[in-house]
Design a protein around this ligand. Structure first.
Ligand code: GLC
Ligand code: MG
Length: 425
């Protein structure tokens, strides 16, 4: 949060399962489209918040399975755990606040009396969240009785039903909506209230996100029955909430456009990227565009490969150097020449490339240093590099794009290190 010096232009608060992440799309296309849009157009001045029902354990597992960006803030366990940054530093103030009027022991005692409730896995039982499975038909009755019994024992709790099967018991002050309200207050106190906030969700535990003042909301096309029912009963006439016509992350992009929150064209939707000219220098956009080209190149999806390659060479400085993550140095021009040999080498291999946390900083009037993580996925195997690129605008026009002067990569810990010869950039 400290990264931004002023109010974020846009704060996206998105649920993960079946909202940001489409579990029915093995190609992950909609999230990859979102990623390209976010990194090229929003990352530098906006905030990305993931708000999931998952515990930290299951959240980290999902990150390994899907091409997810790194959020600025992670809200987990249905708004009961808030963490900041890449190190996921917990918000202790939120923990203290939730401790009020909460007694997990009483919750366990009372819930154990219901044969309809089966406990979820151990990882999903958290300090401020007790989670169960319950059949759809029995959910309403169980929720009513349970809340009466807990109230009679002096507890003020919130019971939420999601996905037609999950039942969560939380402190009354918790939940995704309350966590968002808390963050808004924190940002406001720091003079950084976002200019716009877009909440995105698909199921019951997302409903409260849409009740926070001044928030735009999108229920993705594939939203669950319980969320649509909540909407019909509580927010039908609210023009700030839409039911998207597109699934998952594509619905989020749709909402950005619908509410006019900023650019809504992902570079992934542009077939001929050489046509996409800008009227100013934009290092983040150039990085996103280059790695999209790189993916298409290796998937054999580039028309006019020869033209592309010579254009690419012309934007690389003749004295430019690439330091490969194995620490071998090569000239950028030699690297471009080597690309010829890998055209189409990943065809039909479920190959994808994306960049995460693209942060450009201008180091003098015509030079930028851009840091980011570059990821490649081939089938199930994912690997990544921390990458630093120096680009320059010296002697070039906006329409020609920036000149690449230097590229340096190091393997990201914990990912498979590519020993064979197919990591090129
Ligand atoms: C996630 C959590 C689960 C919770 C559900 C609905 O699936 O893992 O514990 O019940 O979200 O909030
Ligand atoms: Mg969901």
């Amino acid at each position: 949060m400290d990264r931004l010096m002023s109010s974020p232009r846009l704060m996206i608060v998105s649920d993960l399962d079946h909202t940001m992440v489409d579990h029915h799309d093995p190609e992950n296309l909609s999230i990859l489209r979102f990623n390209a849009l976010w990194e090229a157009k929003y990352r530098h001045d906006s905030l990305l918040v993931f708000s999931t029902g998952r515990s930290p354990v299951l959240y980290k597992q999902l990150r390994k399975e899907k091409p997810m960006l790194t959020p600025d803030i992670t809200i987990m366990s249905v708004g009961t755990e808030i963490t900041y940054g890449n190190d996921m530093v917990p918000d202790e103030g939120w923990v203290e606040f939730l401790n009020q009027k909460w007694n997990k022991k009483i919750v366990s005692e009372e819930t154990s009396k219901f044969s309809e409730l089966t406990l979820q896995s151990e990882t999903e039982q958290r300090q401020h969240k007790a989670s169960f499975h319950v059949e759809k038909e029995k959910a309403q009755e169980v929720m009513k009785t349970l809340s009466e019994r807990l109230a009679s024992r002096g507890l003020d709790v919130k019971i939420i039903y999601s996905g037609g099967m999950d039942l969560d018991v939380l402190p009354q002050g918790a939940g995704k909506g309350q966590a968002l309200a808390y963050l808004h207050k924190k940002l406001k106190d720091a003079g950084k209230l976002p200019k716009n906030t877009l909440a995105c969700g698909d199921s019951g535990n997302d409903a409260e996100l849409f009740t926070i003042p001044d928030v735009h909301g999108v229920m993705v096309k594939n939203a669950q029955e319980e969320l649509l029912k909540w909407h019909a009963e509580n927010a039908k006439d609210n023009p700030k909430i839409i039911h998207a016509t597109e699934r998952c992350a594509a619905g989020i992009i749709e909402a950005i456009g619908h509410f006019n929150l900023g650019p809504n064209i992902s570079s992934r939707d542009v077939t001929d990227l050489s046509d996409a000219k800008l009227d100013h220098f934009d290092p983040a956009y150039e990085i996103v565009k280059f790695y999209l080209f790189f993916e298409r190149w290796r998937r054999a999806e580039v028309e006019n490969p020869e033209v592309y390659l010579s254009n690419l060479k012309s934007v690389c400085s003749p004295s430019g150097v690439f330091v490969h993550p194995s620490s071998v140095e090569q000239s950028l021009h030699d690297c471009i020449d080597r690309l010829k040999g890998c055209c189409g080498d990943k065809k039909d291999k479920h190959y994808r490339v994306w960049v995460d946390q693209v942060f450009p900083s201008q180091i003098d009037s015509d030079t930028w240093l851009v840091k980011f993580k570059k990821w490649e996925l081939t089938g199930e195997e994912q690997q990544g590099c921390l990458t630093t690129v120096i680009v320059s605008s010296k002697g070039v026009k906006h329409t020609e794009g920036l000149t690449w002067v230097h590229v340096h990569q190091t393997w990201i810990d914990g990912t498979t290190q590519n020993t064979c010869d197919d990591w090129f950039f």
